[in-house]
Each structure stands twice: as C-alpha cells, then as structure tokens.
Design a protein around this ligand. Sequence first.
Ligand code: MN
Length: 607
Amino acid sequence: MVKLHEQILRDAHQSMLATRMRTEDMLPIADKLDQVGYFSLEVWGGATFDVCIRYLNEDPWERLKKLKKAIPNTPLQMLERAMNIVAYWNFPDDVVKKFIYFAKKNGCDYFRIFDALNDLRNMEVPMKAVKENGGHVQACLSYTISPVHTVEYFVEKFEELVKMGADSLCIKDMAGMISPQRAYDIIRGCKDAGIKLEIDLHSHCTSGMTGMAYQRAVEAGVDILDTDISPISGGTAAPATESVVAALQGTEWDTGYDLKLLIEIRKYFLKVWDKYRHLHRFNALKVDPSVTLHQIPGGMLSNLIFQLEEQGAHDKYQEILVETARVREELGYPPLVTPTSQVVGVQAVMNVLHGRYKVITKETKDYCRGMYGTPPAPIKPEIMKKILGPKWKDEVIDCRPSDLLEPLWDKRKKELQEIDGGSLIKKEEDIMTYILYPQVGLKFLKGEAKAEFTSDQLPLPIDHPLTRAMVKQSFPEHKQIWLETEPPEKRLGPVQIPTEFEVEVDGEPYEVKVVPTGGFAVSPGAGETVAAKPKDVEGAVKTNMQGTILGVKVKKGDKVKKGDVIATIEAMKMEQEIKSERDGEVKDIFVKEGDTVSSGDIIMQIL
Ligand code: MN
C-alpha cells in the first residue's frame, strides 16, 4: 500500500498561484480533507509564512491554529528550511528551537526538514528540537544531478539521517527533474541498504517525466508520494492526487482512498482555482523538458529572464544558461534551490555582464567561506583565489555556520518590547514573526500591512492591473483586447507604442513603466510612483544595476577614499557594495534607504 502526502494547501498554490491561497479558502474543505486518510497534509512553512504577512495581512500562526482545529485526525506537516527556518538566511540555535516549539504547540505534527546543500550539520538542531517537542521528523535531501550526487551519495546521507533520529525520509525533487530510473535506483538503494523508515518522494511535473518516475518509485518500494488535488496540479506543481489514486487502484500499491470523496474535494478547489484566475499563467501549466538538459529549475529560469530584462540584457539568455551551469560546477555543484539558486544565478549574470568574477556578490563570497554549509564538492583553489583573494584559506570556516551566531531571541524580544510600549506583542509568537522578518514582520505587527486586495474584490474587475497583466500575457499580439482592460478614460485613444510592461518574478507580477526621464520605475502590483533621479553631475557615482538602496554608509561632508564602501544595494535579491572610485568629499546624496534605482542612476556626488 502506498500513502499520499497532500500538498494542496501548501506547495500546490505555491507552485501555481504565487502562494496566495487564503485561510478562508482552506477551512470550508478541511473536514473533507481530514476524511481521506492521508499520510499527512502539508499546510505550513515554505513560502506561506512570508506571503501571509507580506501580501495577505494574515497571521500565519492563526492559520496553523485554525487548520489544526478543523483537521483533528490527519497529521499536519510543515516545510522547514533547516537553519533558515521559513526565511532565507541562517538563524542562531535559540531561535530555531523556539520556532519548532511554537510550530508544534500551534498544531504542526510533522516537520519536513531540508538543507539546500544537504549539509547534515545544519539539520541537527531542528531535528533534535522536533524530537524534544514530540513531533515527527521527516528528514529530507534536496535532489539534484551532478557527478557527486550519485545513488550512493543519497543512500549514505539517508543512512546518516536515520542515525540522527529521523522518523521518515524524503527525496525533495524541487525542480521536477528526477528520471524514472533515478527514482527507482535511489529508493531501491535505500531499501537494499536496510533502511526501514518510510520513504517519501516529492516532485513536480515540470519535466513531463514525473508520472513515470512515480510509477518506478512505487515499483522500487516507495512508501509515500506527494500529490496535489487536480485543479492545482501538473505543470510546475505535483501530479494530481486523484490520478495517482486511480492509477494504483486494484494493484498491490492501492492507496485505499475514496475516489468519490476526492472528486468532491476537486469540485471545491475548482472554485478556488477560478477565484485566483488573475494568477493563472499558461507557462506554469506546460511541461518544460529542457530542464533535463540544462538542469536549471523552472522557477529559477523565469527569475533569470526577469533579472536579465531588468538589467537590459535579455539577449544574453543563452550565454547565461551556459554560464550558470559553469558557475554551479565551479562552486561544487550545489542543488539549485533557495537560497543557493540565487547565489549561482546572480553570479552567472554578473560574470556575463561584467566579465568572469570581476563583480562578486557578498552572497557568493559567503558561500565560498562556508557560511551556507559545506559545498557538495570542493571548490578549486584557483576559483577560491578569484573570489576570496590570495589569503582565501584564512577566510573559510570549518564549523557549522550557526556556531558563529550569537543568541538572538532575548535581544529581539527587548527591541520589540521597546516599540510602542510593548503593545505589539500580543503573544510570544509575534516576537518570532519579528525575528524572521524584521521589516515586513514589524509592519504586520503594527497593523500597517494591507492585503493586496480583499476577497470581496475577487474575481478581480476587468480593469484591475493584475487582470490586465493576465490578458496581455495571453494575447500579446492583440493590443486592441488590452484596451478592454484599461480604465474607461484610457480606452478611447488610439493604440500607442506601449510604455507599460508586465513582468513576473516568483509568480509576482510587476508593472514596469517607461518614464519620461529615461529611467525605469518598477513597482509591485498596482504600482507606486518612483521619484525621478537627478541629471548628470560632476563627480557622479552611478549604479550599474537596477535595485533597491539597502544602506547609505556616508553623510554629506564626509571625506572618502577610493575603494571605500559608500552604499549598499540589493540587486537581484543579492546585496552588493557600491565603492567610491575616487578620493574626495561627499557633496550631495540623491538616494535614501529603500529607494528604487535603475542602472546608470546617480546616487551621490563626490568631488
Ligand atoms: Mn515542491
């Protein structure tokens, strides 16, 4: 008998609806989902925490509590990014332990824990914490293809995870590129090695091979498969639950689930799918077998395309693909999953735009220092030298990255207590929200977060910017139809050369407007306006990337030397330093923290 792990309330909408499913869409069907008899239901973690507070004005802790109450019989599972928890950087042990405690307390039973580099040291603390709180550890390995990621590699790592106290195991094929034979070999390899724990296969339909891979996994003895109820399955999501149940009916692997009940659940989710029609993307529904060749996950590709357009270099796409594979090899074949996909992708873009390793991001340096963990294969000395300089050996850490971090809970708690007389802390979990997402979390706790729109507005009206984005994408050559989606006052005029473009990153539509100053103003969703930047001045310091100013390191009147860091910019989700190119005095500063800048913008005058 094979069991299923249902992803409809987490990965399905993360893969196909930009993680936007709301708690109110989940609760009415909770009772029926609870009756299926799933191995577990994944409902929390991954990107859902971030999206709840950033875009939905929903408290993720409340969601978990409500779901637990509505689903008393099926174990609830979350996806936990080891020391990154549900964010993108390392946290100290005290925060990880507290988080697991709160997650268990509020209703999470099973914890799927993975590390981007499969560095098991990063998994120790969360695994131990789950055990101490009485939870189930599903220890997970990120799947990728490389000369070091052999069948033996996976079997040996799984054996170690068994010793570390795992309760079940999972192969996480986040890019959907596992072939039927690989799935068979790894699972058979584990069983032949005497691993008794149940093994779960998590995959996506991206490559088009996943149905076949699931069949071979079943033949090899897989115990659990990850699926999504059908209206939100296939394409970049997982295979459909009902299809897998039907396929295995009458075989020795029969799930025993009630297909009629599943079809009732499907009917419910058809309405949910329709409600979010503004987020439907045709490309996400298609298979993309090219992943089998270049091995770059789909989500990362769309990100790369967006980043190239942002930097005005979309003609470099093919070059970037080749460079990405090369950088990944040089950096020791990391699996391309958050956050390593960004490290490799952005460095590849830099290499193509500015010359190989001429511009190096802070994240690439940190990665080479071992700040994410140990890379799967050693990085060659000549590459280390290029990235960290001649004394690279002194910079590399050999301890577990979080060993270098000071405890954070008490410090952050005190900080939060001092804001508005401590009134923001309604429950201890609020401190955790603030620690995980200091800016976005604080805004949320202050009650300043706004849902991007309320459910009353759904389906969105025809002239909503998000509807327009969908129409433009679906009918790129029929500009007349676009006009239908314009507000009434705009519909009358003749079709003009478009000055607005919609691009998408991580499923989030962005409106890009060409503004008269010649720069680009990029604003999320419905669009805020961005101030025009100054004209050219003598001693101008210009940006070479589109991005957001993270920090201004100098004041007007400061004396600076050539090479001093004068500002930091976040471009392509990576932090980069802007250095002064001359000795002089800061005469004027044209940007502040949080400003959006485009390539070539003047941020400062130094004379
Ligand atoms: Mn996934």
